[in-house]
Write a protein that binds this ligand. Structure first.
Ligand SMILES: NC(=O)c1ccc[n+]([C@@H]2O[C@H](COP(=O)([O-])OP(=O)(O)OC[C@H]3O[C@@H](n4cnc5c(N)ncnc54)[C@H](O)[C@@H]3O)[C@@H](O)[C@H]2O)c1
Ligand SMILES: [Zn+2]
Ligand SMILES: [Zn+2]
Length: 362
């Protein structure tokens, strides 16, 4: 029987979000219904609400979640009811040209549930990143459910489902940070702070945190940043060069997603260094740069989708590192909130009061 649950829906561009009744169908072939236990508020949810991703309103928001599998559809053998899972938004297909070439983290044909969840009047919802987990239950493709050790707290586990994985992976997978590297991270929200934590795990020698908000810089040091730059005073590129013996950092990560911060990342690299864009730009943003600078500075300029993660490889490994005390995921959780408080949490995110607000379900 289809179920009625409460979920946070964005009805139109820029409109405050609120709780609505959402119809979740029975899982079809390859699908699963998951009872959500916790879902973090990611800046991408706010991008959706502001029309910065697509115009496919109404959106069922929330995509950084952990929960318990309730029911699976025909043909599902990888998970079973009762399993504790982190939801991922890149369920690899195994068949596309990226998967066939052994690079499944780039999969070009990732799976989502085939059936829509709807409002009570039957209007189909677009689930954020194919998940829609600001809801008591959600329908996903079974490949979007990654089994992990259930000893981790749900509010901490869920974070690996998006922003924290994206930041860790931007440093470790996309940026290829390794022992002895110098790293700078521009924008130290949840994603940027996770990039700092990733650089620590990888053995970076110097990690420079850059933000316009002093509070974020203080948090960044708790994650292991060795230096910080307040972007509101002075030239960010010069400051990063000063802190790296005049040459720039080996890897610079833009976790804001704006042409100005991207250019800072580009120019704050050492020669042959790597710039990683993990912040998400909006459709109106443009770049205008001397092409010669691309050539003469060498190195690489990369985008990081979901930290180029492979959920089945990375989520259990990171949960294990956390349980062994080597990855302080709990430090990202600034507050646990109720479903009704998502709109307020967007305001707190804008003000810079939180790294992550996490909706907890009873
Ligand atoms: N690529 C991916 O797979 C992926 C996944 C999740 C989130 N994201 C994106 O990552 C970005 C960050 O997400 P978040 O959840 O950490 O957001 P957040 O709002 O928590 O953090 C953004 C941070 O950037 C800082 N900032 C803003 N303008 C700045 C500037 N000019 N210079 C320096 N710092 C500046 C803010 O003070 C804040 O600390 C968003 O664009 C989000 O959509 C990308
Ligand atoms: Zn594929
Ligand atoms: Zn996200």
């Amino acid at each position: 029987m289809p179920q009625q649950v409460r979920g946070i829906v964005a009805m139109g561009k820029g409109e405050p979000v609120g709780v609505r009744s959402v119809t979740v169908p029975d899982p079809g072939p390859g699908e699963a219904v998951v009872a959500v236990r916790a879902c973090g508020v990611c800046h991408t949810d706010l991008h959706y609400r502001e029309g910065g991703i697509t115009d496919d309103f109404p959106f069922l928001l929330g995509h950084e979640a952990a929960g318990v599998v309730e029911e699976v559809g025909e043909g599902v053998s990888t998970i079973a009811p009762g399993d504790f899972v982190i939801l991922n938004w890149r369920a690899v297909c195994g068949q596309c040209r990226a998967c066939r070439r052994g690079r499944p983290w780039y999969c070009f044909d990732t799976f989502n549930a085939a059936q829509p969840m709807t409002l009570s009047d039957g209007q189909p919802l677009s689930p954020a990143l194919g998940i829609g987990a600001f809801a008591e239950k959600t329908l996903v493709h079974s490949g979007q459910c990654t089994l992990v050790d259930s000893r981790i707290r749900p509010e901490v586990a869920g974070l690996l489902g998006c922003g924290i994985m994206a930041g860790l992976g931007a440093a470790i997978n996309t940026g290829g940070v390794t022992r002895g590297d110098t790293v700078a991270v521009i924008g130290c929200g949840g994603v940027g702070s996770a990039a700092i934590a990733g650089a620590v795990l990888a053995g970076a020698s110097k990690i420079i945190a850059v933000d316009i908000d002093q509070h974020k810089l203080t948090w960044a040091e708790e994650f292991g940043a060795t230096d910080h730059v307040n972007a509101s005073d002075g030239d960010v590129v010069e400051r990063i060069r000063d802190l790296t013996g005049g040459v720039g950092a080996d890897v610079v990560i833009d976790a804001v997603g704006h042409p100005d911060t991207w250019k800072q990342a580009f120019y704050a690299r050492d020669l042959a260094g790597t710039a990683v864009l993990v912040g998400v730009p909006t459709p109106d943003m443009r770049l205008d740069m001397p092409l010669q600078d691309f050539f003469s500075r060498g190195g690489s300029v990369k985008s990081s989708w979901y930290g180029d993660c492979l959920p089945s490889r990375d989520f259990p490994m990171l949960v294990d590192l956390h349980l062994r005390g080597r990855l302080p995921l709990d430090k990202f959780v600034t507050e646990c909130i109720a479903l009704e408080q998502v709109e307020e949490s967007f305001e707190r995110m804008r003000r810079g009061d939180v790294l992550r607000s996490v909706v907890l379900f009873g």
